[in-house]
Write a protein that binds this ligand. Structure first.
Ligand code: CS2
Length: 482
């Protein structure tokens, strides 16, 4: 697919002259989520209000995204699927696609270009090298360790941005706004802390400049987007008549809440439905604890119970009751948010999880638990208050994650533990002895101190884990809802 010529009129096409719009954004992390989210909002902004805001997409390691997109002139098919049907739309917002490993010069040129006013990022939670105990970089993280030694050849996002901001300052160019779009709480503030800490270690004269002159708005991003499969490409071909190697499918729902703090302008993302606020934290907490927290719980429990996709979990009446319990426990930890009804939000989430068209694998969500559990589950524990049922929901989710770490095959087929800390976690889980595993994880640096000290919580986790290690998950689930 190199152009949209001859596409059926059921397909929505970019209705703006792509070449008339310059590039204003470099996006790092050119995965399915970016293509289903920020690029779509930008496409709507270009269509409705114009501007030089097209995107240069960059992947850090894998050449696949640029190899798929570049020959298609940056065009790709987005298929939205929900109860009301499937709709195809061709997104024109991506002007060019590169891989840092193979196209370093082009990536550097884009980061230093005067026209680049925003660098947005989706590299997933593990891509940052965050030390949760200090809020700074983790010098043992592979990308951070290597980039501290050779900052001018940075391979990770933190080192690369520090390098680019330093070069821009030397060239007399205004710094770009850094827009983190990953599922971390106060993601802008976290990224700012990481860049400043990295600069202190590798380029001390830059630390104050970054702290003082660079804008890091925080954002809450939401759209359930499974990894594309062969069926996705077949469906796109069926709907558009074109074989599109970069096609993706996603749900109809999307949400983007952003702090309006951009030092060098921004697209009119409102055109795509983005909402601008002064403080995004309450929205982040709601989404991380309710959507993502329930997702992680159902992924660990559902995977062990033999459910491949989220929709299969939701079709299991007992498990879907556990999802409802988790959503209500998470909602109870939140401060009221004017204009938002957490009960209605929970119902909408359950409906989204049921989407029969989305093949969202529980194994995909189960990945990287040590990077996800802190903001999704642990952070809610101190706010759970006196309701014993609520604490139990978080203990149950934690036990299910530990059950996943144990790699026990007493009630499921063997599987791989996918986590940046897999080696350490496997060592902690050796022997599959619930109290030892609980003690080891409790002392880990990614567990917040106040949660680590909550003995009653971990006692409950131990009891639940013991059950999960000795009974089939299906039985644990029925006992839990009984
Ligand atoms: C999911 C998220 O994979 C996961 O961990 O919980 O990717 C989730 O689908 C998105 O945050 C939805 O916006």
């Amino acid at each position: 697919m190199t152009s949209t010529e001859g596409m059926p009129d059921t397909v929505r096409l970019p209705d703006y002259q792509r070449d008339n719009h310059g590039v204003g954004i470099v996006h790092i992390g050119l995965g399915a989520f970016h293509k289903a989210h920020q690029a779509v909002y930008t496409d709507s902004a270009l269509s409705q209000t114009g501007g030089d805001w097209r995107i240069i997409g960059v992947s850090l390691r894998s050449a696949a995204p640029s190899e798929e997109l570049q020959p298609q002139n940056g065009l790709y098919t987005l298929i939205e699927r929900d109860a009301s049907g499937s709709r195809a739309r061709v997104i024109g917002a991506i002007a060019a696609a590169y891989c840092l490993k193979t196209d370093r010069e082009a990536v550097e040129a884009a980061l230093l270009a005067a026209e680049t006013r925003i660098v947005s990022i989706t590299v997933t939670e593990k891509g940052y090298g965050l030390n949760r105990a200090t809020g700074g970089v983790d010098p043992t993280h592979p990308a951070i360790a290597q980039d501290l030694k050779r900052p001018s050849e940075a391979q990770g996002v933190v080192g690369l941005l520090v390098w680019a901001l330093g070069q821009r300052r030397a060239l007399g160019r205004a710094p770009f706004t850094v827009l983190c779009c990953d599922n971390l709480p106060e993601n802008g503030r976290i990224l700012r802390g990481l860049l400043v800490d990295f600069a202190r270690r590798a380029a001390p004269d830059l630390a104050d400049h970054i702290a003082r002159d660079v804008a890091f708005p925080s954002t809450m991003v939401d759209r359930i987007t499974p990894a594309a499969t062969q069926e996705t490409l077949d469906l796109a071909e069926h709907m558009t008549g074109y074989r599109d190697k970069a096609a993706i499918e996603t749900e109809g729902f999307h949400q983007w809440v952003i702090e309006d703090h951009f030092s060098t302008g921004r697209p009119k993302w409102e055109a795509g439905g983005a909402v601008f606020v002064s403080d995004v934290r309450p929205y982040e907490n709601m989404k991380l604890r309710m959507l993502n927290g329930a997702h992680s719980m159902l992924a660990y429990v559902g995977f062990a119970a033999g459910h491949q996709y989220v929709r299969d979990v939701m079709a299991d009446p007992d498990l879907s009751r556990l999802v409802a319990r988790h959503l209500s426990a998470a909602a109870a930890t939140l401060a009221p948010l004017p204009g938002v009804d957490f009960g209605a939000y929970a119902n909408q989430l359950a409906e989204r999880f049921c989407n029969p068209h989305l093949a969202h694998a529980t194994f995909q969500i189960a990945m990287d638990g040590s990077e996800k559990m802190p903001q999704r589950i642990f952070s809610a524990v101190p706010d759970a208050g006196a309701n014993a049922g609520d604490i139990r929901a978080f203990a149950f989710a934690t036990a299910a994650w530990l059950r996943h770490l144990s790699l026990s095959t007493h009630d499921c087929a063997p599987y791989e533990l996918r986590d940046p800390r897999a080696a350490d976690l496997r060592a902690m889980a050796q022997g599959q002895h619930a109290p030892d595993l609980v003690q080891a994880v409790r002392a880990a640096s990614f567990v917040p101190r106040d949660v680590a000290q909550d003995a009653a919580f971990w006692d409950l986790v131990t009891t639940l884990l013991q059950e999960m290690l000795t009974r089939p998950m299906a039985e644990v689930i029925s006992r839990e809802v009984a």
